[in-house]
Design a protein around this ligand. Sequence first.
Ligand code: PDD
Length: 283
Amino acid sequence: MTREAFVNGEYTDYNKSFIHIEDRGYQFADGVYEVFAIIESKIVDYEGHIKRLYRSLNELRIISPIQKKSYKFHIKEIIKRNIINNGLVYLQVTRGVASRDFKFPKNSKSSIVIIGKNSPSDYYNDNFNKGISVKTTNDLRWKRVDIKSLNLLPPVLAKQFAVDNNCDEAWLLDENGYITEGSSSNAWIVKNKTVITRPVSNSILNGITRSTLIKSLEKVGYKYSERRFNLNDIKDADEAFITSATQFVMPVIRVNNIKIGNGNVGKFTILFKEIYFKSISLS
Ligand code: PDD
């Protein structure tokens, strides 16, 4: 099977798909993206992701290269052409191609790329059953991480720092020692049957998985608190986990050398995973 990508209006062979050397995404990280989870060839929480994509585009004053209603068609087409059952679709829009100059170009057309891939089978369940380890590091990102922009060097370095320390994810510390979020996920702890996560602001990405989980917690009447937490709170926590389109709900069993709870996957995290999957919309 030939893998296919959607690049600026055309379906192309993945191995022969190219973007111009003066695309502003390449030169300045001048663009935005979304990652969609695919389950049984359906898009998870499409509406939430597309709404956030338009918010990111508007914040950066990038004009969408295609009509809003066309996004779903092309994502579906990528799922179909690449026979994606359970996996991911990655979608990126940049300000387009122009001779390198910091100010916005006058006449460039935004670029779009959509690619997709299957995830290894049982990848999620295997990781869930093991749980992941987290390393903390300073949050070196810019002040508008609520925008899902391509400006990802600090999270790349943070994730590599975690991996270099035999961990799977980095949790980022603000200047007051509070966790903002993960390098590519939202961060949560559970204490005394209350689930705690940082409130939405310019210092975190408003995760679609986060929103769906909060809605499902409300539905079952489980207590949650949107407040900041730090390493002392983590030491006292009964459970911890992360959420994202790639990890769904994923248990954290260790942060630095702090064992969370009894060091096993927590029972509430198992419950949250179940209620999360019951609340997602598939389209
Ligand atoms: N990352 N916070 C950050 C910094 C993220 O990069 C992500 C997602 C999230 C979770 O958002 P959502 O639940 O909408 O996926 C939070 C994606 C998966 C990525 O960059 O690969």
